[in-house]
Design a protein around this ligand. Structure first.
Ligand SMILES: [Zn+2]
Length: 67
């Protein structure tokens, strides 16, 4: 039994059901639409994570530059 992380529907593990892998976990979806929404969300959180990492690195540079 799997739970669709987008709409919360309970799913029987079905061959050919849409799935996505994120942070080494596999997620199952009731439809392509939920899979796409999930991918959009994970993409957005990945981008904001990269932005934070980038901000930390540039802060570090500034700090080192001043020191
Ligand atoms: Zn769904």
């Amino acid at each position: 039994m799997q739970i669709d992380p987008i709409c919360g529907k309970r799913l029987e593990a079905e061959a050919g059901a849409p799935t996505a892998e994120y942070k080494k976990r596999r997620y199952y979806f009731c439809s392509d639409r939920c899979q796409k929404l999930f991918e959009q969300r994970t993409e957005r959180s990945r981008m904001s994570h990269l932005a934070k990492v980038g901000a930390l690195l540039s802060n570090g540079k500034v700090r080192w530059g001043l020191a």
